[in-house]
Design a binder for this molecule. Structure first.
Ligand code: PLP
Length: 476
């Protein structure tokens, strides 16, 4: 048997050489992203520069602690990476470092939010966030009712460890019902109000949130995950003047790698120590410095004029698709949008969001079922959520989004026809998608259209599967 010294050194093999099976799956995914219309409002296509950071030597390093106060040695370079990220994060939002600080270590948005709760609340403290069926996020506190157990069920850790009374959008207007929030906060006396959400197409009224928080002596946090790219460019109102804490993900409209940030006020309440200690050692271990580098380089991008134009176009495209669908007689929740997403209410069309999502998938249009105003359950949502950040990164303009609206219209017409044939049950409906020649034909047109646009992050010319309809062995 060969000695260890004599065995081949595999550390410089490419993934293609080392693991052809996994390489092939990644190539399939690249091809899928290139030929599909990506409308998931929380997704984006990040740059090659960000991907270079994610695949860099920084992934090798442990750096528990904060810059210049680490538990391991060898962090002299990593310290500079993390400090650069902190500096750029504060600059991106025009924050004075004597008034605001930032922790750039959260692995993602959910851990960032839980770190804030861990830092600033005691177990079972009361919180109020936007209800999930109203467009809020799971980490803002959500309960369901279990019929089987005849009891409420806490769905996320937030509602396991804290007592949550959600606020809602008005069932008719779709706007946040601030009057109801004010009444409920007066009774519930929360320790924290959370603004922000995952499926809310309108601006947030931060002065009103602040006034309600002040009237009840509670903290105000904004989770700007969805709109952080718009806030950084002045395309959405800034929450910083009104909030005590602001969290965000970095991979949605900000277009960076998957990660999270926590911004905190620097004052006598010492949020800084409490939040830093909640991130590490309370909840996390070593920070992912390759991610932090990716965030840093994306924040450099965010400061450019190109990114400002991008953010403007994200909003213009959302208006364009909302107007086009409305002009065809479809119902858009709240009557339109002021940010990067729209909620398409499908109830008047007599099809569920879940069914329509499946048909969209079959024609390579990627979006998600979503509750719309008036829905009570997240299990059978009455519409879909459509976002513009990802395709705008691929240089789609308003006319292109009008074409996307036409594809969606065609998809819906096919879906309604198939539903007439199958009856209401999903299990009878799904097999029709596979055999429908109309689906196949539309999918081909979607592929031809999508593949004319550029793709950041990787070059389609170097992909293993360059056929616009995907890998040969997967085309039926
Ligand atoms: N906050 C909001 C408003 C979100 O929409 C999301 C994710 O969609 C998160 C937090 C959680 O982010 P992550 O999936 O990175 O944990």
């Amino acid at each position: 048997m060969a000695t260890f010294k004599e065995t081949p050194f595999n550390g410089l093999k490419s993934l293609e050489e080392h693991d052809p099976e996994l390489f092939d799956l990644i190539e399939q995914e690249k091809s899928r992203q290139w030929r599909s219309l990506e409308l998931i409002a929380s997704e984006n296509f990040t740059s090659k520069a960000v991907m270079d950071c994610l695949g860099s030597a920084l992934t090798n390093k442990y750096s528990e602690g904060l810059p210049h106060a680490r538990y391991y040695g060898g962090n002299e370079v990593v310290d500079q990476v993390e400090i650069l990220c902190q500096t750029r994060a504060l600059e991106a939002y025009g924050l004075d470092p004597t008034e605001w600080g930032v922790n750039v270590q959260p692995y993602s948005g959910s851990p960032a939010n839980f770190a804030v709760y861990t830092a600033l609340l005691r177990p079972h403290d009361r919180i109020m966030g936007l209800d999930l069926p109203s467009g809020g996020h799971l980490t803002h506190g959500f309960y369901t009712y279990s019929k089987k157990e005849n009891t409420r069920k806490a769905v996320s850790a937030t509602s396991v460890y804290f007592e949550s009374l959600p606020y809602r959008v008005h069932p008719e207007t779709g706007y946040i019902d601030y009057d109801q929030l004010e009444r409920d906060a007066g009774l519930f006396k929360p320790a924290l109000i959370i603004a922000g959400g995952s499926a809310y197409p309108r601006e947030y009224d931060y002065p009103r949130f602040r006034q309600i928080a002040d009237a009840n002596g509670c903290l105000l946090m904004m989770d700007m995950a969805h709109i952080s790219g718009l806030v950084a460019t002045g395309e959405a109102a800034s929450p910083f003047k009104y909030c005590d804490v602001v969290t965000t993900t970095t991979h949605k409209s900000l277009r960076g790698p998957r990660a999270g940030l926590i911004f905190f006020r620097r004052d006598s309440r010492d949020f800084e120590t409490r939040i830093n200690q909640a991130v590490f050692p309370a909840l996390q271990g070593g920070p992912h410095e390759h991610q932090i580098a990716g965030v840093a380089t994306q924040l450099k991008e965010v400061a450019t004029d190109d990114f400002k134009l991008y953010a403007k176009q994200v909003k213009a495209n959302a208006v364009a698709i909302a107007n086009k669908l409305s002009s065809m007689g479809y119902k858009i929740a709240t009557g339109g949008t002021e940010n990067h997403l729209i909620l398409w209410d499908l109830k008047p069309c007599n099809i569920t969001g879940s069914k329509f999502e499946k048909v969209c998938d079959a024609v390579s249009i990627t979006l998600n079922k979503n509750c719309v105003p008036g829905d009570h359950s997240a299990i059978t949502p009455g519409g879909v959520r459509i976002g513009t950040p990802a395709l705008t990164t691929r240089r789609f303009g308003e006319a292109d989004f009008e074409q996307v609206a036409m594809f969606l219209h065609e998809t819906l017409q096919i879906a309604l026809k198939l539903q007439d044939q199958s009856g209401p049950k999903l299990k009878d409906f799904l097999p029709l998608l596979e055999s429908s020649p109309e689906i196949k034909e539309l999918r081909k047109r979607v592929h031809s259209f999508a593949t004319t646009f550029p793709m950041p992050g990787f070059d389609p010319a170097t992909m293993k599967y360059k056929n616009a309809d995907g890998p040969e062995h997967l085309i039926d």
